[in-house]
Design a protein around this ligand. Structure first.
Ligand SMILES: *Cc1c(COP(=O)(O)O)cnc(C)c1O
Length: 224
């Protein structure tokens, strides 16, 4: 199957999940995750109408993005170390999904010249991936972002532990949404965006309120 055909299928699956959960298609944005894939694959997706792309490593993005059409929008979705904040905040990315420490937040604030939307990555399950702050730490990070003049917090992101049964991810997604609701109340900060759901589980994430689904394999094929 071609990338264009894959995108068409994903679109149908997103529409069906929105319909099942009484959501509007416009409330869910598809990020095509092009990590480890060449610029030609990005171009193919762009030719099929895809505008929003995600990369998980700053250095890979730094070489790839200039080889891609200039009208595309890029989000950084992978773990970011503070020592790479300068490049990450240099205008490559429209949004950074993986802010999980105050140190990183302040480094991004220091290096960005323009408003920089971010999401706070939360490890809602407490297991699996070591990136993401603990749920109890999220409020302090939101307050720290509110004290920044350029970094703007737009919501939360999570990566649930891998499981072959996507239904198992549902509770982590609904926990992220509940945490978002509590944090909005507690901090008075609007947190409209929830970045959750990948190839294996994006339909469940949409049913649980996702606004950004990050899909790689189901668009571009397996990564080597
Ligand atoms: C690679 C990656 C994805 C996409 O995963 P697939 O299973 O290939 O859809 C989503 N989010 C993050 C943070 C990733 O690193």
């Amino acid at each position: 199957m071609s990338i264009a055909e894959n995108l068409k299928l994903i679109e149908e699956r997103i529409c069906a999940a929105c319909e099942r959960s009484g959501r509007s298609r416009g409330d869910v944005k598809l990020i095509a995750v092009s990590k480890y894939k060449p610029a030609e694959a990005v171009r193919e997706a762009a030719d099929a109408g895809q505008i929003l792309f995600g990369e998980n490593r700053v250095q890979e993005a730094q070489t790839k993005i200039p080889q891609c059409p200039p009208n595309l929008q890029w989000h950084l979705i992978g773990h970011l170390q503070s020592n790479k904040a300068k490049i990450a905040a240099s205008g490559l990315f429209r949004m950074i999904h993986s802010v999980d420490s105050e140190k990183l937040l302040l480094a991004l604030e220091q290096h960005t010249a323009i408003p920089l939307p971010i999401l706070i990555q939360v490890n809602v399950s407490g297991e699996g991936s070591k990136s993401g702050c603990a749920p109890e730490e999220a409020a302090a990070l939101i307050e720290a972002a509110n004290n920044c003049s350029r970094v703007e917090v737009h919501g939360l992101m999570t990566i649930p532990p891998f499981t072959p049964d996507p239904e198992k991810a549902r509770t982590h997604f609904s926990n992220l949404r509940k945490l978002r609701d509590e944090l909005q109340e507690q901090t008075g900060t609007p947190l409209p965006e929830l970045s959750m759901g990948m190839s294996g589980d994006f339909e469940i994430a949409i049913e649980e309120g996702s606004t950004f689904v990050r899909v790689g394999t189901d668009i571009f094929g397996e990564r080597s």
